[in-house]
Design a protein around this ligand. Structure first.
Ligand code: NOJ
Ligand code: CA
Length: 727
């Protein structure tokens, strides 16, 4: 690990500017229009000033328009705007081509190759105020941001709104969720851009919707689109730091999208002090859907970490006292039956319901199971006082993060887990009270350090405190980063739920290893997830970073528990296996109850084997909303894993094994849906077969309705290969 860190440092130092500053001029001579292309010349970006000195850009891919001329600028509070009256006073271009190594990731080495244009704009009539716009054109898309250099006449300012436009070239197909300042936990709608207003009410009327945006027709990013002529276009942002998250206003008639920042409690949209910059606005584009999934543009636009020691940041495969709260009906987070409880009440005096899940005894069972099957950690929710009265009352002091319930013995479990080589994963549900959490943060992390915890799942269910702030506003964006940064001081890894959706900042704060920030498996126990949901997520939510999706549900028919629920997890069992490959995360849960894994030990083997950190990724085939097939090589091992998933349609996954080294034979174990399998009738029908594969092998594997395929590929001895057929 230390080696890896040194490597990445030296690689960083090796950064080569292949061609720097080849165009710098004095203001009078600077042309107001500038064009740059991607290194492979497929993308062309043009910047120009239009009438009245309004900045504008446009983008094309292989001569097809992606973004038609679109305005750039910001409106300020109480100051003249940064939207017009500009002249171009300087431009600089450079080309960069280097590589770097993420601490954990989908690839061991990432290439960072772009052409850059930096435009300096001056408002002569506004005391020569200056801003800069920096464009980076990669082969897979464009990133640009506003920069505000230190200057006499622009020191502090408040943003009223950012007015970045994305003028799309047509009425594209779009996979979208409604704009909301507080949650991303929506089901996706697939429609034309022109149909969004007709559909948004239905799309918004849903569990967990918190602050659907009423002031405008708005959707969230990452926003995935496909044009009639086959271009895939993804709009999002990178490096969201000290700034509110961007939503997109939609003009259905002109197909124009424009930035809509999340306001704070008094309606402002960002407080900046020069020098400063906005996050990058990103447009990933290709004529191949697989290129969108393979893109590293967002990560490349984030800064390398400044952490000195990263040896403690590691992939985590975990189980948890969790799903039983959602399905089995036998246990609860809360210990007592009372409902009106205060944090400083004597919790030993509560009336035990007898259904508390996080008991010492129950956790020991999970620890045993984790140890037996090679999991790194056991998440325990409901271990600490406060759950009787945690939700819905906008209370500031709900949890203290250090006081266990009377039936949860911290010291005993510390020893028990340590003896078995398993970590217990901390749970800090804040119930949205970020103020309370910040006040108690050091105590909470010290408690973890003292008791052997090295990772925490945080949660922000409910309305935020400070009251009036939003999950996606600048205040909270800074809060999440403060938590990650503080956790790093205690060598703690963070997995946040209900935080602002990721924008690649895990490159800079690499202990923020995963996030929820979308509908995950928990919804399968509530309103359910549509069969196409997980074919959309890689193109939307996962563009920004890893997701703690919590896959691995084997008992998909929830009526099994006899609790009166007829809810179903809308997949086959095999599709749940495939998620470990299709949904990238260095933190992966096996979310089902241990006893369900014991019922299907042969299928469980895939979850035990599958890697969570990778040397390489090969996106074999994909179409948003329809199917995704991905192969990955395990980090530092000659092992490969393949996952393929489909929506409600029965489909054939096409796997060409040409990602394997040439001239060698391997054993592939293929986990396939049974011939009679389907997610709603027969989800647990599967078969497992072993075959020999080489780089020349090709597989056509049928996937059931909302089914999938999962494959592990390993080296084998002659004896192990004997008798196996070639694929
Ligand atoms: C919502 C989270 O997504 C879920 O995983 C957790 O169990 C509950 N909040 C309680 O914190
Ligand atoms: Ca959630």
């Amino acid at each position: 690990m230390i080696m890896r860190f040194k490597n990445s440092l030296s690689l960083h130092n090796q950064t080569k500017l292949l061609l720097a500053l080849f165009f710098t001029c004095a203001s009078v001579l600077v042309a107001s229009a500038q064009t740059i292309t991607s290194p492979d010349k497929n993308l062309t970006l043009k910047f120009e000033l239009t009438a009245n000195g309004v900045p504008s850009y446009q983008l094309s891919f292989k001569n097809k328009p992606v973004i038609k001329p679109s305005k750039l600028g910001l409106e300020l509070n109480g100051l003249p705007s940064l939207m017009e009256g500009f002249t171009v006073t300087n431009t600089e271009q450079q080309s960069v081509d280097n590589t770097w190594e993420p601490i954990m990731g989908e690839q061991k080495t990432i290439r960072n190759n772009y052409n850059e244009l930096l435009v300096t704009l001056t408002q002569k009539e506004q005391q020569d105020r200056q801003i800069q716009i920096r464009f980076r054109v990669f082969n897979d898309g464009v990133g640009f941001r506003y920069e505000f250099p230190k200057q006499e006449n622009l020191k502090y300012f408040i943003i009223k709104e950012e007015h970045t436009e994305f003028n799309l070239a047509g009425d594209h197909k779009i996979w979208w969720i409604p704009g909301d300042y507080d949650t991303n936990e929506y089901a996706y709608t697939t429609s034309k851009i022109s149909e969004i207003s007709q559909l948004i009410e239905k799309a918004t009327h849903d569990v967990h919707a918190q602050h659907p945006i009423k002031s405008a027709l708005a959707i969230q990013t990452p926003s995935m689109m496909k044009s009639n002529d086959g271009l895939y276009i993804n709009i999002h942002e990178a490096a969201l730091i000290n700034y509110p998250a961007m939503q997109l206003n939609v003009d259905e008639k002109t197909f124009r999208m424009s930035s809509h920042l999340t306001p704070d409690a008094v309606g402002n949209k960002g407080y900046l002090q020069t020098d400063a910059q906005t996050p990058w606005r990103t447009v990933v584009v290709s004529d191949k859907a697989t290129d969108i999934l393979a893109s590293n543009l967002i990560l490349n636009l984030n800064e390398p970490t400044k952490y000195k020691d990263v040896s403690w940041i590691k992939p985590v495969k975990y189980i948890g006292v969790w799903w039983e709260y959602f399905v089995a009906g036998k246990s609860t987070w809360a210990y007592g039956t009372e409902t009106n409880v205060k944090l400083d009440d004597d919790h030993t005096q509560l009336t035990p319901s007898g259904r508390h899940g996080a008991t010492t005894e129950n956790v020991k069972k999970y620890v045993d199971f984790a140890a037996e099957h090679g999991f790194d950690a056991v998440l325990v929710e409901g271990w600490n006082v406060g759950w009787e009265d945690w939700f819905g009352n906008w209370k500031e002091e709900v949890f203290d993060f250090v006081t266990p319930y009377p039936d949860f013995n911290v010291k005993e479990l510390k020893k028990y887990a340590a003896d078995k080589g398993v970590r217990i994963m901390m749970h800090h549900e804040t119930s949205g009270s970020a103020t309370n959490y910040e006040r108690r943060l050091h105590g909470a992390f010290q408690f973890m350090a003292d008791n052997g915890y090295n990772s925490v799942k945080t949660g922000y269910v409910g309305k935020i405190i400070p009251r009036g702030e939003h999950h996606d506003g600048q205040w909270m964006v800074n809060h999440y980063i403060h938590v990650a940064n503080t956790a790093a001081k205690y060598k703690i890894m963070v997995n946040s739920h209900e935080a602002v959706r990721p924008t690649g900042v895990h490159r800079t704060f690499p202990n923020w290893i995963a996030q929820e920030s979308a509908r995950g498996t928990e919804f399968e126990s509530m309103s359910g997830l549509a069969p196409d949901h997980t074919t959309i997520l890689p193109f939307t939510r996962l563009m920004g970073g890893p997701m703690d999706y919590t896959p691995g549900i084997f008992q998909t028919d929830l009526s099994y528990y006899g609790t009166g629920s007829d809810q179903r997890v809308n997949t086959t069992l095999v599709k749940q296996l495939a998620y470990y490959v299709t949904m990238y995360s260095p933190l992966q849960m096996a979310a089902d109850l241990p006893e369900n894994y014991e019922r299907f030990p042969d299928a469980f083997q895939f979850i035990k084997d599958v890697a969570v950190d990778w040397d390489n990724t090969y996106v074999l085939e994909a179409e948003p909303g329809d199917y995704v097939t991905i192969a990955r090589k395990a980090k530092g091992k000659n092992e490969w894993y393949v996952g393929g998933i489909t929506d409600e349609k029965v489909r054939t996954a096409n796997v060409s094994f040409d990602f394997l080294p040439k001239g060698k034979s391997y054993i592939a174990t293929i986990y396939a849906d049974g011939k009679d399998a389907s997610y709603n009738e027969n989800p647990q029908s599967y078969n497992i077969r072993k075959v020999i594969v080489t780089s020349k092998s090709k597989l056509k594997q049928q996937m059931a309705s909302s089914g999938g395929v999962a494959i592990s590929i390993k080296e084998g001895s002659k004896a192990e290969m004997k008798g196996l057929k070639k694929l």
